[in-house]
Design a protein around this ligand. Structure first.
Ligand code: HEM
Length: 179
C-alpha cells in the first residue's frame, strides 16, 4: 500500500482522536511508522493499524475502514484539489474513478495498485459498481463514496449485494443518490 494512504490515515486519526493517538496506535500495532508518501508498505501494516483503530473505536474492521474512507475524502480534496475540480456531482466524480482519478494517482505514485471498477447505470437511477481486488477493500470504496457525496452536499445509500468478505467471488454494490 502506498505511503500516501498511511499519511492520510494518520491525518484522519489525529483529527478525530488528537495528535498523540497515531503514535499510540503504532505502538499497539508494533510498528515504527515513518511512512513516506511515495514509499510502498505492506498491506499487513495497514491491516494492523486498522485493527488498532477499530479496537479504539469499538467498531468492526469493516466499519473502521468505512470511517477511514469517509474521513479521508475531505483530506484528499485538500491534498489533491485538481482531482476534485470540474465535477458537477459526486456521481460524476465516482464515475471518473477508472478513467481519470486513479490514472492520475498512478502518474503521481508510480506502482500504485489502484483497483478498477465496473459500472452499470440503471433506468431507476441506481449505479451498480463491481469490484474485485485481492485486498478486499470494498469498505474503503464504500467510505470514499459516502465521503465524496458529502463533499457535494449529497446523500447516498450503498447496498452490498455480493461481497468478497462474505465468500462471494466479487463485490457488487448498488449506489443510490437521495438528492
Ligand atoms: C470515489 C472515488 C474512489 C474510490 C471508490 C476509490 C477506491 C479505492 C480502493 C477500494 C482502493 C484500495 C486498493 C484495492 O482495492 O486494491 C484504492 C486505493 C487507492 N486510491 Fe482510490 N478511490 C477513489 C478515489 C481516490 C482519490 C480521489 C485518490 C486521491 C489520491 C485515490 C488514491 C488512491 C491510492 C493512492 C490508493 C492506494 C494504491 C496503492 O497503495 O497501491 N483514490 N482506491
Amino acid at each position: 500500500m502506498k505511503g500516501v494512504i498511511f499519511n492520510v490515515f494518520e491525518d484522519c486519526v489525529s483529527r478525530e482522536f488528537g495528535p498523540d493517538t497515531w503514535e499510540e496506535l503504532l505502538d499497539e500495532a508494533n510498528l515504527l511508522g515513518a511512512y513516506t508518501s511515495l514509499g510502498n508498505y505492506s498491506d499487513d501494516e495497514f491491516d494492523a493499524l486498522l485493527r488498532a483503530v477499530a479496537a479504539r473505536q469499538g467498531k468492526t474492521q469493516a466499519d473502521a475502514l468505512r470511517w477511514f474512507g469517509e474521513s479521508a475524502m475531505p483530506i484528499l480534496k485538500e491534498r489533491f484539489p485538481q482531482l476534485f475540480a470540474n465535477y458537477a456531482s459526486s456521481r460524476n466524480f465516482v464515475l471518473a474513478v477508472n478513467t481519470i482519478i486513479h490514472p492520475e494517482v498512478r502518474k503521481l505514485y508510480s506502482g500504485a495498485n489502484c483497483p478498477n471498477f465496473r459500472f452499470k447505470e440503471t433506468e431507476s437511477g441506481s449505479l451498480f459498481m463491481g469490484y474485485e481486488s485481492s485486498r478486499k477493500m470494498c469498505d474503503l470504496a464504500h467510505g470514499f463514496i459516502v465521503g465524496a457525496s458529502k463533499l457535494w452536499c449529497e446523500e447516498v445509500n450503498i447496498t452490498h449485494h455480493t461481497c468478497m468478505n462474505h465468500d462471494d467471488d466479487k463485490c457488487l454494490m448498488e449506489i443510490q443518490w437521495q438528492r
